[in-house]
Design a binder for this molecule. Structure first.
Ligand code: SF4
Ligand code: SF4
Ligand code: SF4
Length: 289
């Protein structure tokens, strides 16, 4: 179990604790007004100065030895904040975890507060200028969507039944998109996303700069060498470059350190040789999220 589960999971996984989807929390933290303000100005959030640092030249400054370390600490503390959210221009308490298809289905079937919608992904819009509907939202976010027209998909039906939400998420996952679940902001859970790396503004800080913006999944992939025929289809599919060629025998192997446990590599394996195991049962990666 990761630290998020230990602190917020009530004995299980934090994202399967239905308390975090409740209307009571939304009321208590006034999240209708907070999220409306945040999403109305979404494009500006990443450009605003935070603690005196602005986003211009961010990549360069994050790589500087001292300033980079200070900025990473500030960003980490802000993302992990458990204080009541106070400033819609800061990503306070916006922390997430990679989830494989099975857990995403459990979220949609058992926890997500209705109404459920699918809205345009803002990370892809801001980084590539395309509008693609693949962020599934619950509860409060779904209620305020009518006031945020640029997030509403033009072509697709966006109010979803639970079954439709499961079907949409499954289709994204099979395409190779990474399933992610987020406190948005803590302690309310309102997004189940289907992301790509490096476009996702939540995954990239972790992958490129080591900021703990997202935890690896509660799982890690295992490869059954008795089944694998070395076709190498999974190497291309892994968004984290965790599947490699063993230089000694030229066989395919998993780099467990790099594996985020998203499970999307399984969808292309013709031999059914890839399967997920709980992270804590594999000694090399136990406790390493
Ligand atoms: S978290 Fe993922 S799906 Fe959600 S807006 Fe960002 S990239 Fe898009
Ligand atoms: S190897 Fe790990 S990180 Fe890569 S696709 Fe498979 S589960 Fe995801
Ligand atoms: S896709 Fe399956 S069979 Fe092909 S190399 Fe990967 S694990 Fe082996």
């Amino acid at each position: 179990m990761c630290d998020l589960c230990m602190k917020h999971g009530a004995g299980g996984k934090w994202y399967l604790n239905s308390k975090h989807y409740s209307d009571k929390i939304a009321e208590q933290y006034n999240l209708r007004d907070f999220l409306l303000e945040q999403y109305k100005n979404f494009e500006q959030v990443s450009m605003r100065k935070v603690h005196g640092f602005n986003a211009v030249g961010l990549d360069y400054r994050l790589r500087m030895p001292v300033i980079g370390r200070i900025m990473k600490n500030i960003a980490g503390n802000m993302l992990h904040s458990t204080k009541p959210p106070s400033d819609p221009f800061k990503p306070e308490g916006h922390i997430g975890q990679v989830v494989p298809l099975e857990d995403a289905i459990a979220i949609l079937e058992e926890c997500a507060a209705e109404p459920i919608i699918e809205k345009n992904c803002m990370c892809r819009y801001m980084s590539r200028g395309i509008k693609e509907a693949c962020c599934i939202n619950f509860g409060v976010m779904s209620e305020i969507i009518s006031k945020l027209p640029r997030f509403i998909p033009e072509k697709d039906k966006f109010h979803l039944t639970r079954k439709e939400a499961v079907d949409r998420f499954t289709a994204h996952n099979k395409k190779g998109y990474i399933g992610t679940i987020w406190f948005g902001p803590f302690p309310y859970i309102n997004n189940l996303c289907s992301c790509e790396n490096p476009e996702c503004a939540g995954i990239r800080p972790r992958f490129d700069f080591g900021i703990m913006s997202i935890h690896k999944a509660e799982y890690v992939i295992q490869l059954d060498h008795n089944r694998c025929d070395d076709c190498r289809a999974c190497i291309q599919k892994c968004p984290f470059k965790a599947i490699e060629i063993n230089p000694l025998n030229k066989n395919v192997k998993v780099n467990l350190d790099k594996c985020y446990g998203c499970g999307v590599c399984r969808h292309v394996c013709p031999q059914d040789a890839l399967y997920l195991c709980p992270r804590d049962t594999i000694p090399e990666v136990r406790g390493r999220y």
